[in-house]
Design a binder for this molecule. Structure first.
Ligand code: ZN
Length: 405
């Protein structure tokens, strides 16, 4: 592991300094991406200090695409990167925008090795390694846009310790001591209110233990370092009672890394962000999206829905990430399910076929949009068919059309 010590070379604020903490206060490792396709510790430091007026760079470590690692702060430094959780977290930023880029092996392996070492150094477990989005109050933020469950699995496979299993659950709890998915009632409402008060937004406080509540309970359990199962039993109840509302004051007006003009839009968007995760997201909002993008309507945000969302984003000149965030929600609001209608079989012919339907296909396939069905378009159709697991013939018939739109 190659670590370059940049603690004394990065730009710092002329008269502000980050506060320091005891090493024992470190309870989490936060994983970020820079949300920029390129970058460096130096560039981030300049941005955070010169543009945002922060005491120094946001992160403790920056991992470059080649796998080299830059050390930016002592672990004792409480820098700004996860808002109210800054006091308990070490920040690691991987250079890249993983909404659109892939995390390649050198960088991923460096991240795994660094995190593994930090887990040992600070007496943490794999379950203390969270993506930015998994911190309280950040469920709207697509950072680091990698699959954190997979990342943690890789750490476990590499032999890092996991948290101890749940014990001490009374053997005969009374009926409503345990509530879980599908339950309804005032006690569910009370739990939802409590979760909301603590910053783990469970969606509407409606007394129905649905997927949003499960999600909030799981985020809370992870944060409270208890067993993560999405079920409210005695342990979770007592953790909810005793949870110390994050004592760290918000240390900055916009306590976040990668702040940009979209931040306000994200905060103003009440609907949850939909994306392909495991377990898959379910609900009325998924159905709404499926109706608008012309996907099969089953209320489950699976790979086919993601593909249709990406095609929709492509048609609407949005970032094609398959994530329904505020901008995509807005574009969906503005559409009346403007899915193009199938008219005819499209294929490579002489002379080549032309038309708006060809244009739609090209847009959906992300190839040059000229309205002419040429060899490039045919190749893209074949590639799409291969990925979709349907007959690979380069011809857009009803089946391929429906998959595209
Ligand atoms: Zn982040």
């Amino acid at each position: 592991m190659q670590i370059n010590d940049k603690r004394n070379s990065l730009v710092k604020h002329a008269n502000k300094t980050y506060r320091r903490r005891a090493r024992s206060e470190i309870r989490n490792i936060a994983i970020h991406h820079s949300a920029t396709t390129s970058g460096s510790a130096e560039a981030f430091a300049r941005y955070h200090v010169n543009q945002l007026d922060w005491p120094g760079v946001a992160y403790h470590y920056v991992i470059n695409k080649d796998g080299s690692i830059d050390l930016c702060h002592d672990p004792e430094v409480v820098s700004y990167h996860v808002g109210n959780s800054n006091g308990r977290a070490l920040g690691i930023c991987m250079v890249g925008d993983f909404r659109t880029q892939t995390l390649d092996a050198p960088q991923r392996n460096a991240a795994l090795e660094l995190v593994k070492n930090l887990i040992n150094d600070f007496n943490l477990t794999v379950d203390d390694v969270w993506g930015h989005i998994e911190f309280p109050g950040y469920s709207w933020k697509p950072c680091p846009s990698i699959n954190m469950e997979q990342f943690r699995s890789s750490l476990r496979e590499a032999g890092s310790p996991t948290s101890s299993p749940i014990n001490n659950i009374p053997s005969q709890p009374s009926p409503r001591q345990i509530i879980s998915r599908g339950d309804r009632g005032d006690d569910v409402k009370t739990i939802q209110q409590k979760l909301a008060d603590l910053g783990f937004n469970p969606g509407p406080i409606d007394g129905i233990f649905g997927p949003l509540t499960v999600d909030a309970v799981e985020r809370f359990q992870r944060s409270a370092r208890i067993g993560v199962d999405g079920v409210v039993g005695p342990e979770t109840r007592s953790a909810l009672e005793n949870y110390e509302a994050t004592t760290d004051p918000v240390e900055h007006g916009a306590p976040s890394d990668e702040p940009d003009q979209r931040e306000e839009q994200y905060l103003g968007e009440q609907r949850r962000m939909l994306r392909l995760i495991r377990p898959m997201m379910r609900g009325e909002d998924v159905i709404q999206v499926q109706e608008k993008v012309g996907a099969l309507i089953d209320g489950v945000y699976g790979p086919a829905t993601e593909r249709s969302v990406m095609a929709f984003q492509r048609r609407n000149n949005l970032t094609v990430d398959g994530i329904v965030g505020p901008l995509t929600w807005r574009a969906l609001d503005a559409t009346n399910g403007n899915v193009p209608v199938y008219e005819r079989i499209l294929s490579l012919q002489t002379p080549m076929m032309r038309g708006d339907d060809v244009r739609h296909v090209q847009q959906a396939l992300n190839v040059q949009v000229d309205g002419i069905f040429g060899p490039n378009t045919e190749r893209a159709v074949r590639e799409f068919q291969r990925q979709a697991g349907i007959t690979v013939d380069g011809i857009v018939g009803p089946q391929t059309w429906n998959r595209l739109f």
